[in-house]
Design a protein around this ligand. Structure first.
Ligand SMILES: [Zn+2]
Ligand SMILES: [Zn+2]
Length: 319
C-alpha cells in the first residue's frame, strides 16, 4: 500500500510568496558558507543533509487530497485543490493501462475538500467511472451547487464520466474494489467522517481530518481509539498547536498535534501523519510543531514507539 499526499493544507490553498522563496535562498547561501559544489547532485546532497526541511523545501499549499494506491482502481480521500495534479497524473497512468475507476471518499463537503473537482480532468472522460462515497446524504447537492453558473462556468451536467454518489453508513464495513472501508462520524460543523481502509494484506490506513478531539474529554474519545486501533498509518487533522487549540480556536472543529499523539498512543497505531496544516503557518511553524510532536511522543510513550511524520504535498509513504 502506498499513500501519496497531493494536498495537505487546511481551509485555503496557499503558495509561498516571493519574499518566502528569497528568504530560503538567502538562508541556503549563508549556510553553504562559500562552499563549492561539484554539480547539481552535490548541491542536492547539501540540501538533503545540511538544511532543515523548512529551509530546503516546503510543505506545499494545496488543500486536502490523499491517494491510497492499492489494487487496480484509484482510492482518493477528498477533493481539495490537490486533486488537480492528481487528475493530470492519473491520465498519464491511464495511458499506461491503469483502470479508469476512481473511488473517492469524502470527509465532508466544506469548500476546501471539494474545490478541486471542477478542475478534475478525468471527469470529462466518457470512459471514466467516478464513485463519490460520503457519509452525508447531501453530497451530490454540494458538488452540483459549486458548479452552478453563479460560481463556475462549466455546469456539472457537462461532465462526461459515469458519476455515482454512494452514501456510506457508520458502523458497517463496506467492500469497495477489494478494499474494506469503515467510516465514523466526527465532531465538525455539518459533520465529517473518518475512514478506516484495510487492504487484502491487512494493512490499515486511517484518514481522519476536520475532526475536533479534546484532551480533557478523552473518555468520549474511546470510539476513536477503537477506530484507530493498531493502524499502520493515521492521517490526522492537527491544524493547530495545542496552545492555539485551547485558547482562541476551541470549537473551530479541528484538533492539535498533541491530542493526535495521545489518540494514536492509546490506539497503539504505528505511524501518525500530521495533516490539514493551518494556512497562516509558515514552513518553519509547521516544522516546529512536528519537532514538538516528536518530543511529546517520546515523553508520553508508554508502549511501542509511534513514528510521527509531517505530511507535505508530494510525500509518499509506503506501508
Ligand atoms: Zn478542511
Ligand atoms: Zn471543514
Amino acid at each position: 500500500m502506498l499513500v501519496r499526499f497531493w494536498g495537505t493544507r487546511g481551509s485555503l490553498p496557499v503558495a509561498p510568496t516571493a519574499e518566502t522563496i528569497r528568504r530560503k535562498i538567502v538562508h541556503a547561501l549563508v549556510s553553504a558558507d562559500g562552499r563549492r559544489f561539484e554539480g547539481e547532485a552535490d548541491a542536492e546532497r547539501f540540501i538533503e543533509q545540511e538544511l532543515s526541511f523548512a529551509a530546503g523545501a516546503t510543505h506545499g499549499g494545496a488543500t486536502p487530497c490523499v491517494e491510497i494506491e492499492a489494487g487496480p482502481s484509484y482510492f482518493i480521500c477528498d477533493m481539495g485543490s490537490g486533486l488537480r495534479p492528481f487528475g493530470l497524473d492519473s491520465i498519464r497512468r491511464n495511458l499506461a493501462g491503469h483502470s479508469k475507476t476512481y473511488n473517492f471518499f469524502q470527509s465532508h463537503l466544506h469548500w476546501d475538500h471539494i474545490m478541486g473537482f471542477p478542475f478534475f480532468a478525468p471527469a470529462f472522460d466518457p470512459a471514466a467511472t467516478i464513485r463519490i462515497h460520503a457519509g452525508h446524504p447531501d453530497a451530490e447537492e454540494a458538488f452540483r451547487r459549486q458548479q452552478e453558473e453563479i460560481s463556475f462556468p462549466v455546469p456539472f451536467e457537462w461532465l462526461r464520466a459515469d458519476i455515482e454518489f454512494v452514501q456510506l453508513t457508520p458502523g458497517e464495513t463496506h467492500e469497495v474494489d477489494g478494499m474494506q472501508v469503515e467510516t465514523i462520524l466526527q465532531h465538525h460543523s455539518h459533520g465529517s467522517y473518518g475512514y478506516r481502509f484495510t487492504d487484502t494484506d491487512g494493512r490499515t490506513v486511517i484518514y481522519s481530518t476536520d475532526s475536533e478531539h479534546k484532551l480533557e474529554k478523552m473518555a468520549v474519545e474511546a470510539v476513536f481509539i477503537d477506530f484507530f486501533r493498531e493502524a499502520d498509518l493515521v492521517v490526522c487533522d492537527t491544524m493547530y498547536s495545542l496552545a492555539d487549540s485551547v485558547s482562541m480556536k476551541e470549537d473551530w472543529g479541528h484538533s492539535s498535534n498533541l491530542v493526535a499523539v495521545d489518540l494514536c498512543h492509546q490506539a497503539r497505531a504505528k505511524c501518525l501523519a500530521l495533516f490539514h496544516h493551518e494556512p497562516t503557518y509558515e514552513d518553519e511553524d509547521i516544522q516546529r510543531m512536528h519537532e514538538e510532536s516528536i518530543r511529546y511522543e517520546e515523553l508520553t510513550r508508554n508502549g511501542p514507539p509511534l513514528d510521527v511524520i509531517c505530511a507535505y504535498d508530494g510525500l509518499e509513504v509506503r506501508i
